[in-house]
Design a protein around this ligand. Structure first.
Ligand SMILES: NC(=O)c1ccc[n+]([C@@H]2O[C@H](COP(=O)([O-])OP(=O)(O)OC[C@H]3O[C@@H](n4cnc5c(N)ncnc54)[C@H](O)[C@@H]3O)[C@@H](O)[C@H]2O)c1
Length: 342
């Protein structure tokens, strides 16, 4: 039996309690401390997890908590300073998405973790979800043919944020999935959007990532939509997949559909596209909570000294795309190159 990894969670608002619940459920984890500046949040969580120590003082948690690792679930504006303090205190560090407010902050954290031999992981939760893992297997096996494009829609009414726009809030999920499935970095990003409710904070955005060989991915993000939608369509040359994350059972549907051009024809009248309509099938997917898989991966990486699937470099790549999207928004949707500087 391994000695449990002693973990503290900072930020016990909407999302942090999900990390606490999952970490606490893992046998090789001691969910030791929870920290929030709001005593009311801690008082509530103490009724649910009476054995977990609580504090309003993050520096004290780092200095005196006896922790091996820290998970940060505070608003993004605090990620950098807290992760830096955590790494400087010698703790393996998990940061919720997006990793930080700028690529410069991400680079500094990556170097700090590297120089101290600490695990740095970012909460790109969907990389640990069974449907996304299954889609990746299907694509890698060549079952749908080369991917032509992806279309992602993540829409609902609220939760309106004041410090970040909807791209920084919702699109990280889609972008992390796109990068995972495309398997190569995008060349450029365009983003357009509108701030309907809070001046200067876009609540509806449409982002397009361009990839080599004319491939692309569209990400539509909204806090101002009557329906909750969590849907990704992956169009391959031979088949297509629709991933609807709101379905409880049939999250993936594979459509054996495609369109083919005739190899040769002599007159325009002879020209017909061939539309292929085949079966639609639903692969079985084991139900497991992605957050639990992600938390276990964090512990495994600490124990084995391995880089996580969503490590600091993945976090940096995503933040670079978000930065470029913000620049594109300021430039009314102009394409912003993601090529590294010469
Ligand atoms: N992976 C996912 O699916 C997912 C989903 C939702 C949110 N998130 C991420 O989780 C993070 C938190 O989001 P949220 O919606 O829970 O925010 P939230 O505002 O509901 O909660 C943040 C908490 O941090 C606390 N806090 C702020 N500064 C602090 C400090 N200096 N010391 C201690 N506590 C402090 C606040 O009091 C608050 O309780 C964000 O990075 C967000 O992007 C991830």
């Amino acid at each position: 039996m391994n000695t449990p990894v002693r973990v503290g969670v900072v930020g016990c608002g909407y999302w942090g309690p999900n990390l606490i619940r999952n970490l606490r459920s893992l046998p090789d984890c001691e969910m030791r401390m929870m920290c929030d500046v709001q005593p009311g949040r801690l008082a509530h969580l103490k009724t649910v997890y009476p054995e977990v120590q609580d504090t309003v003082d993050f520096p004290a948690m780092l200095a005196e908590g006896g922790l091996d690792a820290v998970a940060i679930a505070t608003p993004v504006g605090r990620h950098y300073e807290m992760a830096k303090a955590s790494l400087l205190a010698g703790k393996h560090t998990f940061i919720e998405k997006p990793m930080a407010r700028s690529s410069a902050e991400c680079e500094e954290l990556i170097e700090l973790a590297r120089s101290r031999g600490l695990v740095l992981m970012v909460g790109h939760t969907f990389l640990y979800s069974a449907p996304v893992r299954r889609i990746k297997e299907i694509i890698d096996a060549g079952d749908i043919g080369p991917v032509r494009y992806l279309n992602c829609r993540r829409l609902n009414l609220g939760l309106f944020q004041k410090d970040i726009n909807v791209t920084w809030d919702l699109a990280p999920h889609d972008i992390s999935i796109i990068l995972h499935l495309m398997g190569e970095p995008p060349l450029a990003v365009n983003c357009q959007g509108i701030a309907n409710v809070t001046p200067g904070v876009e609540d509806v955005t449409s982002l397009c990532l361009s990839f080599p060989r004319g491939r692309f991915a569209i990400v539509q993000s909204s806090w101002l939509d009557p329906r909750k939608v969590r849907e990704i369509t992956i169009v391959g040359a031979r088949r297509m997949i629709v991933y609807d994350d709101l379905q409880t059972q049939e999250k993936l549907k594979i459509f054996d559909m495609r369109v083919e051009c005739p190899p040769h024809y002599d007159t325009f009248a002879e020209f017909h596209y061939a539309y292929h309509y085949g079966d639609i099938y639903t692969p079985f997917i084991k139900q497991e909570e992605p957050l639990k898989v992600m938390c276990q991966h964090f512990l495994d990486c600490i124990r084995k000294g391995q880089a996580p699937l969503s490590d600091g470099r993945q976090g940096l790549q995503l933040v670079r795309i978000l930065e470029a999207a913000s620049q594109s928004l300021r430039e009314q949707g102009a394409a912003v190159s993601l090529a590294p500087p010469a």
